[in-house]
Write a protein that binds this ligand. Structure first.
Ligand SMILES: [Zn+2]
Ligand SMILES: [Zn+2]
Length: 341
């Protein structure tokens, strides 16, 4: 729990800053929300105003409604909100994702949101930020989690795709973030062939194209003329699409799921797809530790996932003051269809 007189406190609506009269990624509708990024467990509908990085605007309006009151900010810009000074810094998680730094009464706090430190051509790189107190996610907060580069995983995906020239290859990726990251990694490997997209991925492509993210040409699967062969084609769809309609012509496809959770024993089997590619938009164990060190925080709170394991490690090995932060923070689960990691 956070001390009741600290700069940030927990209310039933979520993480609250009294000085700014604002909530960070609130769970319920509030007058003023500071949004780290547009994933559904961080950006919820019904708030009076949303502060978020400008490049996430297209995604936020697509998901929360075109009429939301949105105040777009730039990375690094300092804003006075109430009695607080607030800035957003790149989190390297998805397009427009931010860590939020709040300063008031001579004290600074950094809320990491979701973040990762390895290269991702679909969004701005992670920026190390210092603060007195850090609230960090720990979705993959166990020493067993160490990621390969996105380019290496994309090369594995291409090999898998090329191994089946006589049938379609169906790649299951979360619609916002993962799908576009895979496309951008493919472009980085020189893939120029058209990739077919499920409608829910297609809907989120425009903000990425506008942001200048290089990706292969894409087309909605639904726009493919009836009877056209899907042999050798790559199709990207969200995991939930397996159970729904809209994947016509894919009965013969080889399928694979792309997620950090594919590193977890048993997850692949439960998912029931042929193959899993381990690619996460969250920091791995070394990335979490590096972020804590870079922050130079004297107090660390850990949310999401393996919070008690990381907090204990920080106390016992790194000699820091650290504690899990309980609340309604949801660890992202691979079973969920809408979202991450
Ligand atoms: Zn996220
Ligand atoms: Zn999250």
């Amino acid at each position: 729990m956070l001390p009741p007189d600290s700069l940030l406190t927990l209310t039933p609506e979520g993480l609250f800053c009294r000085a700014a009269q604002a909530w960070i990624d609130p769970w319920r509708p509030v007058p003023r929300a500071l949004i780290t990024h547009a994933h559904a467990d961080h950006a919820r509908p019904g708030c009076g105003e949303y502060w978020a990085v400008g490049s996430s605007e297209g995604i936020l309006r697509e998901r929360l409604g075109s009429g939301i009151r949105l105040l777009p900010v730039d990375y690094g810009q300092l804003h006075r909100i109430g009695d607080a000074r607030v800035s957003f810094h790149s989190a390297g998680h998805v397009l427009g994702s931010a860590q939020i730094r709040i300063e008031a009464s001579g004290e600074s706090w950094l809320v990491s949101g979701d973040y990762k430190r390895c290269a991702d051509p679909s969004c701005a790189p992670f920026e190390p930020v210092q603060a007195d107190v850090l609230i960090s996610e720990a979705t993959f907060g166990l020493p067993i989690y160490r990621w390969q580069s996105g380019a290496a995983v994309a090369a594995e995906i291409v090999r898998w795709w090329r191994s089946a020239p006589d049938r379609p290859s169906l790649l299951l990726c979360y619609a916002f973030g993962k799908a576009q990251r895979v496309l951008a990694e493919l472009a980085g490997l020189g893939v120029e062939e058209e990739v077919l997209l499920h409608g829910s991925v297609q809907r989120l492509m425009e903000p990425y194209r506008q942001a200048g993210v290089a990706m292969p040409p894409t087309r909605p699967l639904a726009e493919l003329p009836r009877g056209e062969s899907l042999a050798g084609r790559l199709v990207i769809a969200p995991p939930g699409a397996m159970r729904g309609r809209g994947l016509r012509g894919l009965a013969q496809a080889q399928s694979a799921f792309v997620s950090g959770w594919m590193a977890v024993r048993g997850a692949r089997r439960r998912r029931g797809t042929g193959r899993g590619f381990v690619l996460s938009d969250h920091a791995d164990w070394p990335g979490l530790l590096q972020t804590v060190r870079d922050s130079r925080a004297r107090q660390v709170y850990v949310t999401h996932g393996q919070s008690s394991v990381l907090a204990r490690y920080l106390r016992e090995v790194e000699g820091l003051s650290a504690a899990p932060l309980e609340g309604a923070f949801e660890a992202e689960r691979f079973e969920g269809d809408g979202e991450p990691p």
